[in-house]
Design a protein around this ligand. Structure first.
Ligand code: GDG
Length: 467
């Protein structure tokens, strides 16, 4: 029987998807694979002293994990290098943090070849291959070079950059040429698709037809947007667990008169954490009468701690949290709690539900699943308010959020006041509209729509209704 083969940089332990180390992509793929069954291939997270290893297989239920150890040099140059110090900052429009080192791009290609060879060793006719994210853009081409003619799709979880910035990358045309190894390329938003279109229209003088097809380099590629999501029923179930009830209670205890503002982010410069702290600081400065009536709980999940910029950011946030508490704190009120420990998903569901507002303020973000999780975890009778950066991919869908420009701390400070004062009926109206959007455009729908287009089949009707 034809299988789904998912390929991503890391393979998460599918049975401990509660583990806090699972980021947005891992959560989404674990959900999709459990529904569909198949193989998940990627780096094991281990390094090896004698080159990249062969895939190590293990099967639980309907999912086989194929994990590959990578050489120390490849981890340094492919993962910490080209993926996270070149493509990630560039695609998030941080050319000031982008490294243009040649050896990084060579190791990047090497690892893509290692993955391609591993897949060729077990792929069968009819299997459908679905490649995830910026670490693996050349994988489709590498598979084609090895004679693999299966249907291969690619989904980009991060934004596609504006053309003027993308062309600063010496390998920009190679990367775009690589994408034409795929049958289908998916982006998070219409905006990303437009930025991609701008590139090949301007640089390559080629048009996309009404169906979304592009003929270039002797191949035909379908490019569309598929906004990634969550399954709201799963979040609703999690918020009904005992652990969620416990974290809800502990959040609310002693805070009866105090509004809780929440942030949940990976510690990453794209997430706008220093801007969020600055806006909160401004809120406390500008509205002294509000001091003691609100507090910010920021959960920051450490990530990529071998990359220097991430270490610096972690330290900056600790220091800034200390400064805000030092300046405004009182014996009976701590304005900002900043936690870097991780929470289980069930505890997180209770934390989301206990919050009066969630501050999702990235400077640039592919989608942002926290925004959707927060909405799904709310009590319909008394929902919290979503403050959402206009620069998150989720802003294209969650149009009833209170939008903020995270670069503008005055406006963000005012939006915090708006959230705190919002009357119940307005909170309910906004919440209902956003919840309906997430229910119609669920994770299951994301996976089914992408798979249907990849297999060239009609799209199934798959809303995830959580009433
Ligand atoms: C990339 C793109 C895109 C966070 N803290 C804890 C915890 N988390 C979970 C959240 C959420 C996930 O991590 C973060 O997802 P995001 O979507 O916000 O962000 P990235 O990791 O940057 O993901 C992003 C995504 O891919 C999917 O395509 O949306 O734009 O950058 O699920 O809940 N989970 C637990 N404990 C924590 O303390 N269990």
């Amino acid at each position: 029987m034809p299988r789904l083969i998912v390929v991503s940089n890391r393979v998460a332990d599918i049975h401990s998807s509660n583990a806090a180390s699972s980021g947005g992509l891992a959560m989404a793929m674990a959900g999709a694979l459990k529904e569909e069954g198949g193989v998940w291939l990627g780096w094991s997270g281990e390094t090896s002293d004698d080159g990249d290893g062969p895939p190590q297989f293990s099967t639980v239920d309907n999912v086989t994990l194929a994990k590959i150890d990578l050489s120390r040099q490849h981890v340094e140059e492919y993962y910490n290098g080209y993926a996270n110090r070149t493509l990630w900052p560039l695609f998030h429009h941080r050319t000031d943090l982008t490294s243009y080192e040649q050896s990084f791009s060579e190791s990047y290609l090497d690892v893509n070849r290692t993955f391609a060879q591993a897949i060729r060793s077990f792929v069968k006719p009819g299997d459908v291959i679905w490649v995830q994210d910026y670490h693996l853009i050349p994988l489709g081409r590498e598979l084609r070079a090895l004679g693999v003619d299966n249907r291969i799709g690619f989904f980009l979880h991060i934004p596609w950059p504006a053309r003027e910035l993308f062309v600063t990358l010496p390998q920009h045309s190679d990367l775009v040429w690589s994408l034409f190894g795929y049958d289908l390329v998916g982006f998070q938003t219409e905006k990303d698709l437009m930025a991609f279109r701008d590139y090949f229209q301007t640089e390559l003088k080629t048009q996309q037809d009404d169906e979304g097809l592009i003929d270039l380099f002797g191949r035909r590629l379908l490019a569309r947007s598929y906004p990634i999501s969550i399954n709201p029923s799963e979040m609703a179930e999690l918020s009904n667990t005992e652990t969620a009830a416990n974290s809800f209670r502990r959040m609310r205890e002693g805070n009866e008169e105090c509004k809780i503002l929440l942030g949940v982010d990976r510690i990453d410069y794209s997430k706008g954490l220093p801007n969020k702290f600055a806006a909160y600081n401004r809120f406390l400065e500008r509205f002294p009468e509000r001091r003691g009536t609100a507090k910010l709980l920021q959960i920051g999940q450490p990530s990529r701690s071998l990359v220097e910029e991430y270490q610096d950011l972690g330290e900056e946030l600790m220091a800034e949290a200390g400064r805000i508490n030092g300046r405004f704190g009182r014996l009976d009120w701590t304005p900002l709690s900043y936690h870097t420990q991780s929470y289980g998903r069930d505890a997180l569901a209770g934390i989301y539900r206990a919050a009066d507002a969630c501050l999702v303020t990235p400077l640039r973000d592919g989608m942002n699943l926290v925004a959707k999780e927060f909405v799904a975890a709310q009590d319909p009778a008394d929902p919290g308010v979503l403050l959402l950066s206009r620069f998150a991919g989720a802003a294209e869908q969650l149009t009833e959020a209170v939008f903020v420009n995270p670069y503008d701390k005055e406006q963000t400070a005012e939006a915090i006041v708006q959230a705190i004062d919002m009357p119940l009926d307005e909170r309910q109206d906004r919440w209902r509209a956003m919840f309906d959007t997430i229910s119609r455009s669920s994770l299951t729908a994301w996976k089914n729509n992408f798979m249907a287009d990849l297999k060239n089949e009609d799209r199934p009707e798959t809303p995830d209704r959580a009433e």
